[in-house]
Design a binder for this molecule. Structure first.
Ligand code: HEM
Length: 146
């Protein structure tokens, strides 16, 4: 089960690396919003599915309390990726194609880049931590009796 967890973990980390690439693809293309849709699709569909699966397998693979807490921190960070847009919108920012970023909304939206990077690093860290734990050790009935 640890192996399954690590496979999902690797897919999640790779999807997050792809997410950075897809963000840059959107920024460096014209019209910007057209290719940004791949970043949006990965962010709204693939990443949430992988992250939920990752958490479920975390419990099954008994990865320990600290690692479970870290996976939930990642879930919160992913939810915040959407929340930054909502908060900036409430503060008066408007999305493309007629984007406006009045007042401090640019600072709120910039947290999207920072938060995503922290999320990527955290998933890589959990991978290293769980890999170091090795496979689940089951003590057999015989071993318990002796
Ligand atoms: C690994 C880092 C990143 C992660 C995990 C991430 C995650 C996400 C997610 C989950 C969404 C969907 C939000 C929603 O509409 O509900 C999204 C959309 C978006 N992200 Fe990122 N993001 C990352 C990096 C970036 C960077 C560096 C930029 C800056 C260029 C960026 C710009 C955007 C924009 C403009 C959208 C809206 C796209 C659309 O409307 O379809 N993201 N991102």
């Amino acid at each position: 089960m640890r192996k399954a967890f690590l496979v999902i973990n690797a897919l999640l980390t790779l999807s997050l690396i792809a997410q950075l690439y897809l963000a840059a693809l959107g920024v460096f293309s014209e019209p910007e919003e057209e290719l940004f849709r791949f970043h949006g699709m990965n962010g709204r569909i693939i990443l949430p599915i992988l992250l939920i699966l990752w958490i479920v397998f975390g419990f099954i693979a008994r990865i320990g309390r600290t690692n479970i807490i870290l996976t939930f921190v990642c879930l919160v960070l992913l939810a915040l990726q959407t929340a930054y847009f909502i908060i900036a919108g409430a503060m008066g920012a408007s999305p493309p194609p007629n984007a406006t970023t009045p007042g401090a909304t640019s600072y709120v939206l910039a947290l999207h880049g920072l938060g995503g990077t922290v999320l990527l690093l955290l998933t890589a860290w959990v991978f290293v931590r769980v890999k170091a734990m090795g496979p689940i050790v089951r003590r057999s009935a015989d071993a318990l009796q002796t």
